[in-house]
Design a protein around this ligand. Structure first.
Ligand SMILES: [Zn+2]
Length: 391
């Protein structure tokens, strides 16, 4: 098999940043990393760029470009394909809306049919954000569609997903939530907690039952008060939860984002977009079946002003983090790829530039704008302005 090399002024590997580095790929996998002058000769180099990072992993998004993940398998593929231009190499289909469990199951089955290669970002599986969430912290979800956690229903959803249900979100204070979380963990499903009015002790009970991710930290969750630490208090105080953060400049104040980052460190935070179908569309009012969404100045709202997901792209969130956290490339790789890969159970395959892992990479310029994206060794996006010309 022929080896291909990517050369970067900075190559981000676990624990360090290699100056004038290279990543050598054979087929789908990374086979070596190191200094370019020790590793490759110029004729092997297929691409060069400023920064090589692990491809971004968006484990919480509902759609983009006019499409939602639950519509049809072709829509799910189209969304995932488009996200490659934002540097995303693995994405999970965020679902759970639906008037009935049958409607939710149908959207799960539609997206499950698209899991795998898409010609862009790989569709890693299904994420059910609802319907087992609290009406008191429903955000843009429809109250009438929310349900109490029920194990037989989970089994029905697992079946609809055909083995691709990777994660489910639950509000820990709902009746039966602890048993539900334990059961989901036994079925190999990752559990997040959020859209919740949980007390701190409700949150601890969920952690002890096996919850490992905090669903969009701060948004739609019981806030921190000094005698009632709530779910936000649990996210800040406990290491067990990987803290999702929508860093679009709208959902969370940069100071609150930085407080989270300082409390948990780069190992405890994961960037997400929480993008919805109107992401990537111009400002305006959109009728989307059951809902009216207004996109203006980087936000997406229901008519009453409630935020209804983001219109952000993943690379924008990464640049926001770089600016407000004042962190290095190594920390950015953790919060944009490595942590999510570990939490969702694919850290042995992807999420870091390590020999043996799949060659899922994003090549960026020095302003952290994606120039090219590679999924399992294949180039799935290349910017017109790319410096990454074959040499
Ligand atoms: Zn949400």
């Amino acid at each position: 098999m022929t080896a291909v090399a990517i050369r970067g002024r900075r190559v981000v590997v676990p624990g360090s940043v290699i100056e004038d580095g290279a990543v050598v790929i054979e087929g789908e996998r990374i086979v070596a990393t190191g200094r370019a002058d020790e590793l490759v000769v110029a004729s092997d180099v297929a691409f060069q760029c400023d920064v090589v990072m692990p491809g971004f992993i968006d484990m919480h998004t509902h759609g983009a470009g006019g499409r939602s993940f639950g519509e049809r398998a072709s829509a799910a593929r189209e969304i995932a394909r488009g996200m490659a231009q934002n540097g995303v190499t693995t994405v999970y289909a965020g679902l759970g809306h639906g008037a009935t469990l049958e409607a939710v199951s149908a959207s799960v089955a539609a997206a499950a049919a698209a899991v795998g290669e898409t010609g862009g970002a790989r569709l890693g599986g299904i994420f059910l954000e609802g319907p087992y969430i609290s009406p008191e912290r429903k955000g843009a979800w429809t109250a009438a569609h929310l349900r109490a956690p029920a194990i037989p229903e989970l089994e029905q959803l697992v079946e609809a997903a055909g083995g691709h249900l990777r994660r489910i979100n639950v509000a820990p204070e709902l009746a039966g939530a602890t048993e539900f979380i334990r059961h989901a963990r036994e079925r190999g499903i990752v559990v997040s907690i959020g859209h919740s009015n949980a007390t701190y002790s409700d949150a601890v009970a969920a952690i002890e039952a096996g919850a490992t991710i905090a669903n969009h930290t701060y948004n739609a969750m019981s806030p921190l008060a000094h005698r009632a630490p709530g779910l936000v208090g649990a996210v800040l105080a406990r290491d067990e939860l990987l803290a999702e953060l929508i860093f679009d400049g709208v959902h969370v104040h940069p100071a609150a984002a930085k407080a989270l980052y300082r409390a948990r460190g780069a190992g405890g935070v994961a960037l997400i977009t929480d993008s919805v179908l109107v992401a990537g569309q111009p400002d305006g009012v959109y009728e989307t079946g059951s809902r009216t969404l207004t996109v203006r100045d980087g936000s997406c709202c229901l008519p009453d002003g409630t935020l209804a997901g983001s219109v952000a792209t993943f690379d924008q969130c990464v640049r926001n983090a770089a600016r407000h956290f004042e962190c290095g490339l190594g920390e950015l790789a953790l919060i944009s790829a490595t942590n999510a890969a570990g939490a969702i159970g694919i850290g042995h395959e992807t999420g870091s530039i390590t020999p043996g892992r799949f060659a899922d990479l994003v090549l960026l310029n020095d302003r952290l704008q994606p120039q090219a994206t590679m999924v399992r060794g294949s180039v799935v996006f290349e910017s017109q302005a790319s410096e990454g010309q074959p040499s």
